[in-house]
Design a protein around this ligand. Sequence first.
Ligand SMILES: NC(=O)c1ccc[n+]([C@@H]2O[C@H](COP(=O)([O-])OP(=O)(O)OC[C@H]3O[C@@H](n4cnc5c(N)ncnc54)[C@H](O)[C@@H]3O)[C@@H](O)[C@H]2O)c1
Length: 494
Amino acid sequence: MTHSAVETPLQVFEHEPFLQVTWRDSMTPARGFVVIDQLVTGIATGGLRMRPGCTVGEVAELAREMTLKMGAFGIHVGGAKGGIDFDPTDPRADEVRERFLEGVRPLLERFWVTAGDLGTQQEQLDQAFQRVGIGDTSFHAAVVRSDDEAEVRSRIQQAFTTRTEGLLLSELIGGYGVAEAALAALEHREIPAATASAVVQGFGAMGGSTALYLAHAGVKIVGVTDAQGMIVNESRGLDVELLLSARRTGGVIDRSLLREDDVEAPGDEWLGMDVDVLVPAAVGHTITADNCDRIRGQFVVEAANVPTTPEAEQRLLERGITVVPDFIANTGAAAGAWWVILGEVVSPSGACSRLSAQMRPLVRDLLSRADESGMSMRTEGIKFACDNSQHMISEYGGAVAFRDLFPAVPQGQQFTVGDADRDQEREAQPEEAVVAEVEAAVVEAVENVVHPPNGALPEGADLVESPLENGRRPAAAFPAYYPGPADESASGQP
Ligand SMILES: NC(=O)c1ccc[n+]([C@@H]2O[C@H](COP(=O)([O-])OP(=O)(O)OC[C@H]3O[C@@H](n4cnc5c(N)ncnc54)[C@H](O)[C@@H]3O)[C@@H](O)[C@H]2O)c1
């Protein structure tokens, strides 16, 4: 079969974002951009980056990716992104960020839930929100949509400050999901984790936890890279926990703590390693047409955003090498945060269990679809995510929400494994049958989790124990499009 379909999100959609804003700073040459790719339930989500040379095109592509991530995981929120073209190490960076937040304030008040990204730490961003007077968290636009803001704030605070295996939620959940995606892909090709090997490019928030959870599953981590080069141990594999304890600022490993048979190598050698799984977890556009022929592994599992160029992905597809795309593999970070915000999980281990329960069947399903169609997993994933997005827009509203952002029952499972036909079948079923089916899917998915963090089996109790009944609030209960105060007296007003 001829494999010819590899597209970037922007190419495939022929799609224009819902909203693009350009901001100019009055005090410096900085420019900033917000792109809201799509609103679902009247809201959209995506990080704010700061880097010299940031463009509106880059921000638009990443906003589209966020739409795909939310669509693929059935989270009823649209995709957005922000970017500031300015050097984050410049002493004026904090002021520039604050003026940008002031400039786009109406979006942050109601429509755009943002988070830390390149050149902007989450803590810095939360502090900037406080200084500018837009609440105390960059998740503000979501928090104010809740009937119980204090409760939402408190669970965000608790989930994001709890450490699991020494890691904060933001340092573990993204990589945990990447590891789960890789393990599902290996399983699909009937490669036991215990015989598999992997190399990880980048050892920061994403790369470190990907390596950790792959190693926990029995995968031999033969190499990791950081900004200073690669560390290799082909015979017995690296001790990932030791490397994490030796990790310093900038995700750089202290070489003085390596074992005697760990060796150093140039960073760009990671691509040619003889391993089953390659995980780019550092920077974008790292696998290109110029270097992709060096890859010998079976899978590239994308932890970084847009690490593989379309030309390279095409060549890999032709050689039978599967790319598990970023908007599937690395969505754990965004999904975990949203499950916490929405109250669907209350702890890091609950987020990991929930992530496994969705990631593994999703990866297996998309791989099967790609095997059947001969298309790339990315193409199949884009179709799936777009179908889900459209479904959620019909159910929850797009620019104008017609359901509450905080549903009375968890919704994520409803959209993730079904397709349009199945959804239609569901609609034709009696309500109790649908409820029973969703309950069974949750139980089955949770039972199938193999590698939760800490080796602990997932606790059903960690998923929110709401009964899966059709207990949603009535349509139009929340006037999402109305940018008025979020107090009781205003609710329900046009
Ligand atoms: N952190 C998240 O929640 C998250 C979520 C989704 C996607 N991503 C993407 O994952 C990637 C990594 O993010 P992160 O948060 O882990 O970053 P990070 O800053 O925590 O870590 C980056 C790592 O890459 C290393 N590095 C930098 N330049 C390198 C190079 N040229 N070669 C090899 N290693 C290099 C650094 O030393 C560090 O170990 C980025 O593309 C980011 O956009 C991050």
